[in-house]
Unconditional design. Structure first.
Length: 346
């Protein structure tokens, strides 16, 4: 049976986690980092997975990993556990090759699903560290920042002419960043890295940049079979505008931003535009942008019925049209309530 070691200075938290895991795994416990190292360095014991609290007195979770015999524990899966999902900790966890986060209070179904995935694939999956670090270089990050700033200047010029500001677009970018951080922490997807979080968040800002080219349009769903006859819309124009830059150093940004521009009006039920994409064909990152747009339009409303809006009010607006979004994206938004409310102080 797979053996897991829970390392947490909180007896209550260890008990809760052990109760979730005991029917499925052989569970051991350590009351602090020093106790964990004694168990991990015992040659007679084999630990398959380490569930490691980040904040502990004396020796925190990251320090425990620093002191491990890396060669002896090369195949061990590490999942951090914490009451808070902070950007700095997420990035550090990725650099340590962690498989993800379990956030307190614990979600039993999420934990069991995640661990089942980790240990059913451990003999065939690529090493976690390499998949988490990704291949986005510093040059790509710099080139993306430069290109994004140029696009932003173009967009701001258009908005100024329209007597508008970019407050909503900034909010959408920030909310998407929070969604991505939590998605990374809870699910540890292999196609997402800390660098990717930054680039996707930047791309979210430009979802409506096609308005610079197309202002008056008819929203219409066009089947893929008739793709050559799609009328020009701001979604298509924005995708084309973003893709003007063909430099390989901005390829990831262009790919993500183009999809966001093209498909942020798609719906999970297939009644969106321009292509009527249905179900999980809708890219999860673009769906995060879609739900962030609709959430922010309510959450940051300054006039009208939503002038004193709360997170709950904005979420209700989302739930009233839940068929528009992937269920996992709705769940993600719900899980981000504390982080969003804390970030904006409302």
């Amino acid at each position: 049976m797979t053996t897991l070691l829970i390392v947490d200075d909180s007896e209550i938290d260890r008990m809760v986690l052990k109760n979730i895991l005991a029917s499925h795994y052989n569970v051991m416990e350590a009351v602090n980092g020093y106790s964990a190292l004694e168990i991990l360095n015992n040659p007679s014991l084999h630990i398959d997975g380490l569930l490691l609290d980040i904040s502990m007195p004396g020796l925190d979770g990251f320090s425990v990993l620093n002191l491990l015999d890396k060669s002896r524990h090369a195949g061990m899966q590490v999942v951090f556990i914490s009451a808070e999902v902070q950007k700095g900790n997420i990035i550090k966890a990725a650099n340590y090759g962690a498989a993800g986060f379990f956030k307190k209070p614990y979600d039993a179904d999420q934990i069991l699903t995640k661990l089942k995935s980790l240990f059913s694939n451990r003999n065939t999956a690529a090493p976690v560290k390499s998949s988490m670090n990704g291949n986005i270089s510093d040059n790509e990050l710099r080139a993306t920042a430069i290109y994004a700033e140029r696009l932003r200047r173009v967009y701001l010029t258009y908005l100024k002419n329209e007597k508008k500001n970019d407050d909503l677009y900034i909010h959408v970018s920030e909310v998407v960043h929070i969604l991505l951080q939590n998605y990374f922490a809870l699910k540890a997807p292999r196609d997402l890295t800390p660098e990717g979080i930054e680039i996707i968040s930047q791309a979210a800002y430009f979802y409506d940049i096609g308005m610079c080219v197309v202002r008056n349009e008819k929203f219409k769903v066009v089947p893929q079979s008739d793709i050559d006859n799609i009328p020009e819309t701001h979604t298509i124009a924005g995708s084309d505008l973003i893709a003007v830059n063909s430099s390989p150093n901005v390829a990831y940004f262009v790919k993500i931003a183009s999809d966001i521009c093209m498909h942020h009006h798609e719906r999970y039920d297939g009644r969106g535009m321009p292509h009527g994409l249905k179900n999980t064909i809708n890219n999860i990152y673009t769906q995060m942008v879609s739900i962030a747009i609709d959430f922010c339009k309510v959450f940051f409303e300054k006039d009208g019925p939503y002038s004193t809006v709360t997170f709950g009010t904005a979420l209700t607006a989302i739930m009233n049209d839940r068929e528009a979004y992937r269920p996992d994206v709705i769940e993600l938004l719900q899980n981000c309530q504390d982080d969003i409310v804390s970030h904006y102080g409302k």
